[in-house]
Write a protein that binds this ligand. Structure first.
Ligand code: NAG
Ligand code: NAG
Ligand code: NAG
Ligand code: NAG
Ligand code: NAG
Ligand code: NAG
Ligand code: NAG
Length: 212
């Protein structure tokens, strides 16, 4: 026998004890992996403010619409997401707290690994578009802030998790073409860090600590 355990610390139960610890450790790890969720990624793929398009001279015919292509990306391979009504709020200058527009995207269900686009036409009230157009024509970009808030639930196998807040936003620069300056999509980010994962990790490590 290779078992030479006279000097071992927890000798009487060593193999059962060790096996139990290792099994529970793996069980906790797999449970954590199975239950782990990540928030969907929200981004503005396209944004167009016709009223800031300098080369379009038919200004009288134009309304205050903002055209916006919102993309919601559920990156999780096995978990579906249910979105409650999604509220969007637009500010003309991130430093002002006065919203120029808001919009509600109806809640929906999104399968695993799926992307959804929502092409929105949002009616804006203000700012002074003439002044804004004058400013962009002089080469300064206009900055719109887009804020998104909703609650999401994740479907794990056949049950739903509790609601999680999803609150993200981004500043979007628009130049005198009325288009967003950045060619690529702009990711909406959370101002507070994601805590869910860390909590589970903490739980997992405390389980291990207790067992050891
Ligand atoms: C700006 O307006 C011009 C003239 O109407 C139009 O040709 C052009 O496509 C518009 N720009 C964008 C980015 O849509
Ligand atoms: C503004 O114009 C766009 C495109 O021309 C149109 O889709 C939208 O319905 C208009 N909004 C209003 C309130 O007339
Ligand atoms: C979602 O929005 C629709 C209208 O856009 C509204 O009728 C409905 O009551 C909203 N649902 C919730 C849960 O707020
Ligand atoms: C907002 O305010 C900060 C500091 O007060 C300033 O650095 C920033 O340029 C301002 N942003 C805009 C778009 O005016
Ligand atoms: C959204 O717009 C409507 C109508 O303009 C207004 O009654 C409502 O208070 C706005 N909501 C937010 C969150 O600004
Ligand atoms: C235009 O630019 C001026 C000077 O930078 C600024 O005070 C004003 O708020 C701007 N107006 C708009 C609508 O952007
Ligand atoms: C404004 O931004 C659009 C999109 O990035 C770009 O194609 C265009 O050249 C820009 N216009 C100016 C005057 O910088």
């Amino acid at each position: 026998m290779s078992d030479n355990g006279e000097g071992g610390g927890c000798r009487p139960c060593s193999s059962i004890c060790c096996r139990f610890i290792i099994t529970s450790g793996f069980a906790a790890l797999f449970l954590w992996l199975a239950l782990r969720t990540s928030q969907p990624t929200c981004s503005i793929q396209d944004l167009y403010v016709p009223i800031l398009n300098k080369t379009d001279h038919s200004i009288g015919n134009r309304n205050n619409s903002i055209f916006c292509d919102l993309m919601l990306d559920n990156g999780m391979k096995e978990k579906a997401v249910y979105y409650e009504n999604i509220s969007l709020i637009f500010f003309y200058d991130p430093n002002t707290s006065f919203p120029i527009a808001n919009y509600t995207v109806p809640g929906f269900h999104q399968g695993h690994g799926k992307k959804a686009h929502r092409k929105l036409v949002v009616e804006a009230h203000g700012p002074s578009w003439e002044a804004a157009l004058k400013n962009v024509s002089h080469g300064t970009v206009s900055v719109l802030r887009v804020g998104l808030s909703t609650k999401v639930r994740f479907r794990i196998i056949f049950w739903y998790t509790k609601r999680h807040n999803l609150v993200v936003g981004a500043d979007i620069e628009v130049n005198d073409s009325g288009k967003k300056v950045k060619k690529k999509g702009i990711k909406l980010k959370s101002s507070s860090p994601e805590r869910n994962c860390h909590l589970l990790l903490l739980l997992f490590s405390s389980v291990l600590v207790v067992l050891l």
